[in-house]
Design a binder for this molecule. Structure first.
Ligand code: NAD
Ligand code: UFG
Length: 336
């Protein structure tokens, strides 16, 4: 039995589908701070398999201990946390509380219950400004915002834990830019308020919820001047977690990138989305967004080595097509 914290969220819900499809039993713990219960009903609809849901907060150690015990959990996949870079600059204490103290409580609950296998959602943001590209896992770690620092602190906490007790098994997965949706169009990304990230914004323009996209920066040192990122299909990312579960027992503690190794510019993504949706995406070239880097993409060899040959398989066209299916079938998200 696997405890999935934050399993109702964007990446968590897709990972629940892949876990259930791979024959795992799961229990989801979520406080629904940034998600809807409907996502989990949709997971049931896709997989036609039952699973339990606990409404609870990772900062509540008693709830965590009870859940681990009642369901006989043997591993944890830990997605729960706050993830908006700009919010983290405005409200750093909320981020330190949720992401660091929350994870600390989770690890203490796991230790109490003797559950010592965990996969943690880290981020490419731990690398900070690139000293070289692609980012290998040995690139210096120097996050430039509070959100990224919370991820780095948790990574260090996990490494210290394994150093103190080698019976822990820890997989740290550093995600690049997850986009897309399950091919059914039943689950996908449903951000609250104005989306900060590119794909949800583009999709909302395509579906008529917003007039135009602001392209943040057109004078970067990239082929067309707009920012380049390593977009990875969320289903590939989810399958990376299933692969990581198989690996953690042999590996002690490992950190790997989950990306495709390829970069696409903002304007390339806009074009691919126009083709996938048949809609035009009006945009305006605007000044750079503070804190953005020109390019960011992953070295992928270490993930392939540690995750039993796992590689991201879906291309940018498939990502846009699946993202559009989700957005067009659910124009206002889950509960709109
Ligand atoms: P999300 O917000 O959709 O999912 C996070 C889930 O955790 C939500 O369902 C939310 O309600 C829940 N949650 C938050 N705080 C909680 C708490 N204290 N107790 C219980 N549940 C809580 O985000 P996502 O995009 O699915 O991201 C999942 C994880 O991956 C996060 O840790 C995020 O930092 C990390 N990550 C995301 C991206 C990305 O671009 N989406 C990139 C790198 C890393
Ligand atoms: N962009 C726009 N207009 C928008 C939104 C984004 O032009 O409305 C551009 C950005 O300037 C950037 C690219 O699209 O060049 C991607 O931006 P996102 O906000 O989608 O993604 P980021 O790479 O900035 O950040 C994301 C997550 C972080 C995570 C990071 C890891 O939001 O949490 O990926 O690489 F840390």
């Amino acid at each position: 039995m696997i405890l999935v914290t934050g399993g109702a969220g964007y990446i968590g819900s897709h990972t629940c589908v892949e876990l259930l499809n791979a024959g795992h039993e799961i229990v989801v713990l979520d406080n629904f701070a940034n998600s809807s219960r409907t996502s989990l009903e949709r997971v049931r609809q896709i997989c036609r398999k039952p699973f339990a849901v606990v409404e609870g907060d990772i900062r509540d150690q008693a709830v965590l201990e009870k859940t681990l015990k009642d369901f006989g959990c043997t591993a944890v996949i830990h997605f729960a946390g706050l993830k908006a870079v700009l919010d983290s600059v405005k409200s750093p204490l909320d981020y330190y509380d949720n992401n660091i103290i929350g994870t600390h409580r989770l690890l203490r609950a796991m230790r109490t219950r003797g559950v010592k296998r965990i996969i943690f959602s880290s981020s490419a943001t731990v690398y900070g400004d690139p000293k070289f590209l692609p980012y290998t896992e040995d690139h210096p770690l120097n996050p430039v915002n509070p959100y990224g620092r919370t991820k780095l602190v948790v990574e260090e906490m996990l490494r210290d834990l394994v150093a103190s007790d080698s019976t822990w098994s820890v997989g740290i997965l550093r995600y690049f830019n997850p986009i897309g949706a399950h091919e059914s169009g039943l689950i996908g990304e449903d951000p609250k308020g104005v989306p900060n990230n590119l794909l949800p914004f583009v999709a909302q323009v395509a579906v008529g919820r917003r007039d135009r996209l602001n392209v943040w920066g057109s004078d970067y040192d990239t082929p067309d001047g707009t920012g380049v990122r390593d977009y990875i299909h969320v289903v590939d990312l989810a399958q990376g977690h299933v692969a990581a579960l198989k690996t953690i027992d042999q590996a002690g503690c490992f950190a790997v990138n989950l990306g495709t190794g390829r970069g696409n510019s903002v304007l390339e993504v806009v074009k691919a989305f126009e083709q996938a949706s048949g809609k035009s995406i009006p945009y305006e070239l605007r000044p750079r967004r503070s804190g953005d880097v020109a390019s960011c993409y992953a070295a992928t060899d270490r993930a392939a080595k540690y995750l039993g040959g796992w590689r991201a398989a879906r291309d940018i066209e498939t990502m846009c097509r699946d993202h559009w299916r989700w957005q067009s079938q659910n124009p206002k998200g889950y509960d709109g």
